[in-house]
Design a protein around this ligand. Sequence first.
Ligand SMILES: Cc1ncc(COP(=O)(O)O)c(C=O)c1O
Length: 479
Amino acid sequence: MTNKVISHGAAKPHAGGSGPSGSGVSPGGGVPPRADTSLPSRAAAAAVLDIEAIRADFPILGREVRGGNPLIYLDSGATAQKPRQVLEAERDFYTTHNAAAHRGAHLLGEEATDAYEAARTRVAAFIGAEPAEIVFTKSATEAINLVAYAMSNAATSGKEAARFAVGPGDEILVTEMEHHANLVPWQQLCERTGATLRWFGVTPQGRLDTSAIGELINTRTRLVAVTGQSNVTGDVPDIGQIAATAHAVGALVVADGAQAVPHRAVDVRALGADFLAFSAHKMLGPSGVGVLWGRRELLEAMPPFITGGSMIEVVRMEGSTFLPPPERFEAGVPAAAQAVGLAAACDYLDGLGMASVEAHEHALTGHALEVVGGIDGVRIIGPLSTEHRGGAVSFVVDGIHPHDVGQVLDELGIAVRTGHHCAWPLHRALGVQASTRATFYVYNTHEEVDALADGIRQAQQFFDGTRGVVPLGRQSGAA
Ligand SMILES: Cc1ncc(COP(=O)(O)O)c(C=O)c1O
């Protein structure tokens, strides 16, 4: 597809709203093309997004929060806000087509099935996959667990599944920067099977440290699980390099795309991984639906995780046989309305152009590293350059607990995340208990980043021994 200067999503351009924005992104994106090929782009060059028009699509951005402040939402890494196109797609499904997909022998059942399968095709196109390779799950977490449980089921699932079986002497390799969703399932797999868990460390800058790759990936390695982008430091590991090394020893590669697929064009054919997991709710879509992409030949050989209705071929009291993928992995009545909403989110993002989405966030990240990282007493937890880096900016403020920083920001209407962000080992490795995290998306502005920096300065004033004396209030006037 080509990238246009475009105001908002759905597949077609917004009527009358395609001019350059006041977003602070210069014409043409103003950002040099990334040399990074770890998550290769299938999109054309970046164009400027019309942020005002985009914001108008998100009803929630019009609301006021504490003290009548306009909402500044800097927590899209936790969950993204939803444009009305996504809300309307879900509502339309429920108001006109609602039925159990793949179950009913009636018109609504047929329409629901068609809508669900069309959503599968749409999501497949978004990541360059075949529809049969798209398994709808509840979330990225469930998608990763699906692979981990399929691997422990493999020991008792016949010859076809043998390539997934692991046991004592085998190694599962993860990284110290994983979200718990891409760590705990592998720890549990090792506990169930007797395999050994190993991991890549991180550099003091919060980058993945692959210097020991030659030793860590060896003939005992059966699977490597790695994030497409750290949800804390924003680091974008080189999945291509890791996958090439893993495949050379016959290991499988699972990429956690929860923070990658929403933010840059991902083409699974160029990615190098064998599986990719992501969640709709982090990419402008509904909660309750996620995706596991897997190479077709692998899904065909992989045993199921959750069993029950809709995934069977023949059921007898003595035992059952299973459908081919993707149905084999989709037991139960599927979340059809949510899948339809996810398809609408794909339309919206492709309407903007993923290269433009990436360029916009790249510019916001650079700005945040400058204005937040430039505050005395603030330390960024992660790379200070925007190279190979996405829009998660975590930081610690000397002498102030992240929860207190978050509370002051919240009083100002600025929503951020505080804590370990489900990446406890990473925080430990970087020598911090917890951090405050700002994450950006298509609707965020440079003025909001300035407001964040102002808010941090106010938190510093508030906690500098004159507790309560300094009144809190917005300084930058950002909406
Ligand atoms: C990097 C990463 N992986 C996985 C997940 C899990 O996503 P979900 O909770 O939607 O399953 C998250 C959520 O924050 C994440 O940031």
